[in-house]
Design a protein around this ligand. Structure first.
Ligand code: ADP
Ligand code: ZN
Length: 745
């Protein structure tokens, strides 16, 4: 074992009374660890990965420092083998325990997130994988488009830029079928090569110089670097307007961690969509960082997990799950766009990656940096109460002006039939295109129309599994449920009254908006961007290139497009329905809408050319719209904070949601009544519900919600645990606990 592998824990003493057994935690949704017999000549320490029998299978687990059980020796099964992998550190074990306690999930379920790549623990098997050939390279370099279908080009580019990978993985990265991969072998463009067990990683170079920072940026960067050098737990908010150089500033914190010989973790929302970020990192540090997200190939996951565990990968940029990677010498955690909702994992282990990032920082005694132009109220309150420090970047870099925001009062606009863009936005679009600049139209609705109804009988198309309308996707002639994925062909006759040609689309989705823009500006080159049209990092890279290279004039998209992109020629942003997020009515609706629209608006005019933003709204007096128009974030936050404080909502109070669901309505109700009878009567705790969830039926399951609302000082988990302890639920009913819920559906 190399020094790196040495665990800081003392080996389990072989002289103790229970020297012959160890406790092993398995990555399964079980409450605690199991005891196993230790073969005589084997020494194990907590954190070691071992193979153990479980029923008729063998599974990998981790030696855990929990109390041993009382099972008779004779009944103990033996450890099969110890794996040659760096042990799970005590820090990470404590973090796993903490997360399990906090989120009220079984310890093993959390461990599973830290062992997401079991293959990385096994001796690597030699395998064959696809690699690009010289002929393949030539083909792309010549970029002979006649030979190359777009799918083939994406594939070759993927094969060029990524390490060798399996057929399925390459097809996925290239965004095409496996047939396309196989077809490239006879052409001599791809070949099968053996892949080595261990990959070397190029190291980012912290000596590489970044841009010269402005005085404000330099001050913030200096403060961060000092924090990283001290290497103690602290939380710092880098709060600056879009384009103020927040990324440049936290790059300095990463450089400081690297200089100190430590690792750095950067969490980004939607990492798979962040090509620009990766390129930028490469410009700054000479190499791309390691990535961690669901779009990686299995081989990449294995290499990365192992490389991180062995300390050979200094920087990881990842989605929330990267928080559970086994860094042995982490020096800083950066959470970019800390307010972003995608940090909340909503299924499996329900946790908030920003909050758990702070926990990991505190357990591992290292600095955490939160970054945002629109920090969450939670974070703002933590700053006000002195728990977090704030570094402020008040201005856009190089004097770029913030865009001017104009409100279009839709109550005074006369829209033409089946049109959704008001006259002022249309003329701004016209002027922008005339000037050779680019525009972005934002509408947070996929598909063609959010609702389809029959003009003859009024029939509305609803999902058969969910409380939701079916959304028309006209390009593929389908009706889709955005909750369960249910698909139906668009019928020719109304299924209720049988009339033909009476089905009407109600309201716009991005596809319908594209139709309007094409009709008004036939010359404009459009790109429709939504999570169902933009799949995989290649497609994103292609889109980004298209905008940067100005082969696209108008971007029309949902929030997947709102994220950190920097497009110098993009000078107009039109928000087609600014009210969309406000109607949902959950406690963060206003905050969320403000953050999203502010971020969307921030795409405009990021370079020399000034930007303008139009908000189409029926509620011009709403606090969110006014704050956006006046660019007065802080006043908005104050009002919002007052409102929440008055009602005891987070962050001034605590929430836990309990969601009951099951296939049978009555059984779920029965379970709901059982919970109601046992509901806690504790000071400072209020139980709301059971109420049918807004999505009362989801994927055919009936759902009821309870909300536990508590004062800040209350230990909510303890209250919920005491409540649920004695209750036996029918086996067909599932109960999910969501601590600090963000979704109220
Ligand atoms: P933010 O993260 O706050 O949105 P960025 O760090 O992305 O801001 O900066 C916006 C743009 O300005 C980027 O293209 C960045 O490279 C550039 N930039 C920021 N600070 C500087 C600087 N000091 N010198 C040169 N370019 C800078
Ligand atoms: Zn559905």
């Amino acid at each position: 074992m190399s020094e790196r592998h040495a665990s800081s824990d003392a080996a389990l003493s072989t002289t103790s009374a229970v020297a012959n057994r160890v406790s092993v935690l398995l990555p399964l949704p079980l409450g605690g660890a199991y005891d196993y017999r230790l073969p005589e000549e084997v020494a194990l320490a907590p954190g070691d990965f071992v193979v153990v029998p479980l029923g008729s299978r063998e599974v990998i687990g981790v030696v855990w420092d929990s109390e041993l059980g009382e099972i008779a020796d004779a009944k103990l099964k033996p450890i099969v083998e110890k794996l040659d992998a760096p042990p799970l550190s005590a820090e990470l074990r404590r973090f796993i325990e903490w997360v399990a306690q906090y989120t009220m999930t079984p310890l093993g379920a959390v461990l599973r997130m830290a062992m997401s790549v079991p293959e990385a623990l096994q001796p690597p098997r030699p395998m064959l994988a696809w690699a690009i050939t010289e002929a393949g390279r030539d083909t792309i370099e010549r970029a002979d488009m006649r030979e190359l279908t777009p799918a083939r080009r994406r594939l070759l580019e993927a094969a060029r830029d990524a390490p060798p990978m399996s057929t399925k993985e390459l097809a996925r990265l290239g965004g095409c079928g496996t047939g396309v991969v196989l077809a490239l072998e006879p052409l001599g463009w791809l070949e099968k090569v053996p892949v080595s067990a261990r990959r070397e990683f190029e190291l980012p170079d912290w000596r590489h110089r970044g841009p010269t920072l402005s005085p404000e940026q330099a001050e913030a960067a200096g403060a961060l670097m000092a924090t990283v050098k001290r290497g103690e737990f602290s939380v710092t908010l880098v709060d600056g307007v879009t384009g103020s150089g927040k990324t440049e500033v936290y790059f300095q914190a990463i450089a400081a961690a690297l200089e100190a010989g430590r690792q750095a973790l950067v969490l980004l929302p939607e990492i798979a969509l962040s090509v620009q970020f990766l390129d930028r990192f490469a410009r700054r540090f000479g190499v791309r960082p390691a990535e961690w997200h669901s779009d990686l190939s299995q081989a990449e996951r294995r290499h990365t997990w192992r490389g991180v565990a062995e300390g050979r990968i200094p920087v990881v940029v990842g989605a929330r799950s990267a928080l559970f990677l086994p860094f042995p010498k982490l020096g800083v955690i950066v959470v970019d766009e800390e307010h972003d909702l995608s940090y909340k994992q909503e299924d499996g282990v329900i946790y908030h990656a920003r909050d758990m990032g702070v926990v990991r920082g505190s357990l591992s005694r290292l600095p955490v940096v939160l970054v945002s132009a629109t920090p969450s109220l939670e974070t703002v309150v933590n700053v006000e109460q002195g728990r977090y420090r704030r570094l402020h970047l008040p201005e856009r870099h190089a004097g770029a002006a913030l865009p001017e925001v104009r409100v279009i009062d839709m109550r005074r606009q006369r829209l033409e039939r089946q049109r959704f863009l008001a006259a002022p936005l249309v003329s701004a679009l016209d002027a922008t295109l005339q000037a050779g600049e680019q525009a972005m139209l934002f509408l947070n609705r996929r598909g063609y129309a959010p609702l389809t109804l029959c003009r003859n009988c009024g029939h509305r198309f609803q999902c058969s599994n969910c409380t939701a309308w079916l959304v028309e996707h006209r390009f593929v002639r389908e009706l889709q449920c955005h909750h369960c994925g249910h698909l139906e062909k668009m019928p020719e006759f109304c299924p209720a009254c049988g009339a033909a040609g009476t089905l009407a689309a109600c309201g716009p989705g991005v596809e319908r908006l594209a139709e309007e823009v094409s009709a008004r500006f036939p010359q404009a080159r459009l790109a429709v961007v939504a999570s169902d049209t933009l799949i995989g990092p290649r497609a994103v890279a292609e889109l980004v290139r298209g905008v940067e290279g100005h082969s696209i004039d108008v971007l029309i998209g949902t929030q997947v497009m709102a994220k950190g992109h920097h497009f110098p020629l993009l000078t107009l942003v039109g928000v087609v329905d600014a009210d969309l997020g406000l109607s949902g009515g959950d406690l963060r609706a206003a905050e969320r809408t403000f953050q999203l629209l502010h971020q969307v608006a921030g795409r405009a005019g990021r370079a020399e050319r000034p930007g303008q933003v139009f908000l189409q709204t029926y509620m011009p007096d709403h606090a969110v719209i006014r704050a956006l128009a006046a660019n007065d974030r802080d006043r908005f936050l104050e009002t919002e904070a007052e409102e929440r404080r008055r009602h005891g909502w987070p962050p001034f109070g605590r929430l836990a949601a309990l969601i009951l669901s099951g296939p049978d309505d009555e059984t779920v109700d029965f379970a709901g009544r059982a919970l109601t009878r046992g509901a806690p009567h504790v000071r400072g705790v209020e139980v709301l519900g059971p109420a049918p969830a807004p999505l009362a039926v989801l994927r055919g399951w009936h759902r009821r919600r309870f909300l536990v609302k508590a004062e800040r000082g209350v230990h909510v988990q303890a209250v919920v645990r005491a409540w649920l302890g004695p209750i036996k639920l029918p086996s067909s009913v599932r109960l999910q606990v969501d601590i600090d819920p963000y979704s109220f559906l």
